[in-house]
Design a protein around this ligand. Structure first.
Ligand code: HEM
Ligand code: HEM
Length: 165
């Protein structure tokens, strides 16, 4: 059942999933070289061989997808607190950033899977373009969070630290 009134804060589960996904995405970028090397071997017609970091990339990416879908379900069922907006433009920018982050948390694992399991080179190229878009949106999101914290001082960051229930 969708929430009739918006909650005043994020739930413990919503906050846990937010930071878990942050850690998973960080490891996707930090240990990406193993996956790229394995992909190079595959496209050269060689055996990929077993590498725990490749497994971590596939499993980590799959978890990002599952957790993103879970978060979207929670948003629909429980809801999220109303946005703290400094002005209309900034509110629209924050909303677009969140939509883009969700889209990429879904498209990154999908394009990666089509490349890896389907052997589709175009999907790998798409994955490589999307990785830059995701990084750019994360940077924008973090700058926004820090602007709220240190310039506006409106308690936005605290909403992703302290659960409402
Ligand atoms: C949110 C999830 C994911 C993120 C953030 C992510 C991120 C990345 C990054 C940063 C690279 C390195 C590209 C480079 O600079 O060389 C990469 C490569 C790759 N990833 Fe992912 N990935 C994700 C999920 C997945 C999944 C689930 C799979 C497969 C099941 C996958 C398959 C690949 C493949 C095959 C490459 C090599 C592409 C190439 O080097 O051209 N990725 N990924
Ligand atoms: C991989 C990195 C990240 C992703 C993909 C991400 C994604 C998101 C998304 C989609 C939301 C919207 C609310 C929701 O549905 O849960 C959100 C909210 C939020 N994020 Fe992140 N986030 C990331 C990293 C960070 C970091 C590093 C910070 C802190 C510096 C941060 C601070 C916040 C805050 C404070 C909110 C609440 C905004 C509000 O209540 O209006 N996030 N994040």
């Amino acid at each position: 059942m969708p929430a009739t009134t918006a909650p005043t804060g994020y739930s413990r589960l919503q906050i846990a999933l937010h930071w878990l996904v942050f850690a998973l995405i960080a490891q996707q970028y930090l240990f990406k070289d193993a996956m790229s090397a394995a992909w190079d071997r595959v496209t050269d017609g060689l055996e990929a061989g077993f590498d725990p970091l490749v497994l971590a990339h596939v499993a980590g990416g799959a978890l990002v997808l599952i957790f993103a879908l879970w978060r979207l379900t929670l948003r629909a069922q429980r809801g999220v607190p109303p946005a703290i907006e400094a002005n209309k433009l900034q509110g629209i920018l924050a909303k677009l950033t969140h939509v883009g982050l969700y889209a990429l948390m879904i498209l990154m694992p999908l394009s990666g899977s089509v490349a890896w399991f389907g052997g589709v080179e175009t999907a790998a190229q798409g994955h490589n373009v999307l990785k830059i878009a995701l990084l750019a949106l994360i940077a924008l999101h973090v700058v926004g969070a820090l602007y709220h914290q240190f310039v506006l001082r409106d308690g936005t960051l605290a909403r992703m630290r302290r659960a409402q229930c």
